[in-house]
Structures are given as structure tokens and as C-alpha cells.
Design a protein around this ligand. Structure first.
Ligand SMILES: [Zn+2]
Length: 321
């Protein structure tokens, strides 16, 4: 896909020449001068187009939306040691597939991101040579997330906690701040993500919820309707970052898949892994339950990319290398 900034080089060369030569002053030297300028400009434009054509930058899915994950695929014009990028204020570290000669990185668009055009700025580095940079712009559209308000009732300790409960909640918040904002640049995920349970969805990502009459922020995960004791499996390969009880999350497992991508599994009744364990996609990591702030037994799963929650359903649908 050509980059817009190179695909539209400065004024169209051949369209300019006729208006520059007025019939009454079509002297020979002047025409030659016009031809010379036009030819040089043409070669500059041609060189830029040829250069741009040797970069290929693609996104999957093709239509980006707020709250959605995105896989960027880049083909660089030469061999490089590393490729990095910036996207919506986040740093991206690309992995290289030697078979397809493609660099790829998994990223996302926060649910708060407005519709518009956003640049992906790339920097390719190699030994002792100046880095090569390239920018490609992608359009982001607004996704439609349900605005239906759900009336839920949870125990008072979650909506009006005592000072002691507030302290437990604050400890949980601190643990999440300490762990969930870590970014492991190396990729551990391998291939597409898989749903953590084979069950019906009871609440989707992005819906607005009300607890005891108080509006909460949009739902940051996906809920599966499962009874207590249902096996919960890892959505992809990774390392267990957290496996401990927290105040709101209940028994909580977090898997780090690298490239800043985490999956979170809440309200478990039992752990089947411990922190530091290396897990494979589909491996059992716990049993579902209703611990923490839950209206009843269910599995809440969340996908977090560099501090931003993404729609787990969109991630599962995304075909990945
Ligand atoms: Zn949930």
C-alpha cells in the first residue's frame, strides 16, 4: 500500500507544463527550460514513488476501530537488525518472520480514541548506518458498543466499602499498577488467540453498566456464562505474571504474552498455575468462580495492551502469524 505522503508528490508535473507556456510567448528556449524542469521533477517524483513502493505497511483488520486490536505487517526496503515504531503514543517492537521477510507487531486502539487519521512512525536500524524512517497513516473509525444500561446488584462492601475494605482495595490497585504496566518487548504469543472457555457470552466489551444505581466505566472485558469449577484456559502462549487474590478481581491470573500484551482472568475459584510459570495456549490455568466483585459465578476475561483495554472478542477473531 503506498504511503499517502509519497503517493501524492508535489504538483502533477505533466498537468503543469501547458499552462506555463502561453501561446503568445512560446519561444523555443523557454519550452526547452520547461521541458528540462519537468523532466527533472518527473525523475524526482519517480524516485520517490519507487522508494515508497519498496515499503509495504499493512494493518489487520483493514478497518481499525476504537477498542480493537491491530496487527501491523511491514516489509522494509532493505535488511535491518530491528524495526520499532510509535503508534498513538505507544512504542512498538516488531518481530521478524524470515520466511515471509515480514516484520510484525500486535498493537491496539484505546476505546477513548476518536475517529480520525493516526500515523504509524517506523524506524529501521542496522549496524553503523543511519536509521531509515517511514510513516504510514491509518484511519480509525468509531465502533458501536452497546449503550444498554444493566441494573446489577453487588454486595455493599464493593460500592460502599469500610475503611479496612478500602485499604484492601487500594492494595489491589497498587499491585495492578506495579504489574500491569510492565511491557515485555519480546513476543511470546504465537498464532491466533483462543477463547478461554467454550461457553456463551453474558456481557460484551464496552457496555455501560450500573452497580446499585451508580454508573461505572464501560465494561473492560468479556464475560462468559460458566458455573463455578469450569476449566479456564490460556488464550495464548506466555508467562504467568500474577496468580493471587485481589479485592475486586477475586482470584486473579494475568498472563504476559510479550509485546505489551496481557490477558486477565478474574473471579476464579481455583488456581492451576503460579507466578512465573510458562504456559501454552489452551493450557488450563484455573477454574471459574465468583470471587471478588461478581454478581455470581462467571468468567471475566480482559485483554490489556500497554495500559489500554481491548476487546477480547475482536482479538480472538484476528488471524495472527
Ligand atoms: Zn466482566
Amino acid at each position: 500500500m503506498p504511503c499517502p505522503q509519497f503517493a501524492n508528490p508535489s504538483p502533477p508535473v505533466w498537468g503543469q507544463a501547458p499552462s506555463a507556456v502561453r501561446p503568445d510567448e512560446a519561444g523555443r528556449p523557454f519550452i526547452r527550460g520547461v521541458r528540462f524542469v519537468a523532466t527533472v521533477t518527473f525523475f524526482i517524483a519517480f524516485a520517490q514513488t519507487a522508494f515508497a513502493a519498496s515499503w509495504s505497511v499493512q494493518a489487520e483488520p483493514m478497518h481499525l476501530v476504537n477498542g480493537g486490536p491491530v496487527l501491523f505487517r511491514v516489509k522494509a526496503p532493505a535488511k535491518f537488525d530491528s524495526l520499532s515504531g510509535t503508534w498513538l503514543g505507544h512504542q512498538l517492537t516488531f518481530s521478524y518472520n524470515a520466511t515471509t521477510k515480514t516484520w510484525f507487531a500486535l498493537a491496539g486502539v484505546s476505546i477513548e480514541t476518536g475517529a480520525g487519521k493516526y500515523p504509524l512512525a517506523l524506524t529501521a536500524e542496522r549496524d553503523a548506518k543511519a536509521p531509515l524512517t517511514f510513516t504510514h497513516t491509518f484511519a480509525v473509525a468509531r465502533a458501536k458498543y452497546p449503550q444498554i444500561k444493566v441494573q446489577l446488584t453487588v454486595e455493599k462492601k464493593f460500592t460502599e466499602p469500610t475503611p479496612e475494605q478500602q485499604q484492601q482495595a487500594a492494595e489491589g490497585v497498587k499491585i495492578k499498577q506495579d504489574y500491569l504496566n510492565r511491557v515485555t518487548p519480546a513476543r511470546e504469543w504465537n498464532g491466533s488467540f483462543k477463547a478461554p472457555a467454550d461457553a456463551a457470552i453474558s456481557d460484551v466489551f464496552g457496555s455501560q453498566r450500573i452497580f446499585n444505581g451508580k454508573a461505572q466505566s464501560p465494561h473492560q472485558g468479556l464475560d462468559f456464562r460458566v458455573p463455578t469449577g469450569t476449566p479456564v484456559t490460556a488464550m495464548n502462549d506466555g508467562t504467568v505474571l500474577l496468580a493471587r487474590p485481589l479485592y475486586f478481581e477475586g482470584n486473579f491470573v494475568v498472563i504476559d504474552h510479550g509485546q505489551g500484551l496481557l490477558t486477565l482472568y478474574l473471579h476464579l475459584s481455583e488456581f492451576k498455575v503460579k507466578e512465573g510459570d510458562v504456559v501454552k495456549r489452551g493450557q488450563e490455568i484455573g477454574l471459574s468462580g465468583g470471587t471478588g466483585r461478581a454478581t455470581g459465578p462467571h468468567l471475566h476475561v480482559a485483554v490489556r495492551w500497554q495500559g489500554t483495554y481491548l476487546d477480547p472478542a475482536r482479538l480472538v477473531q484476528l488471524p495472527l502469524p
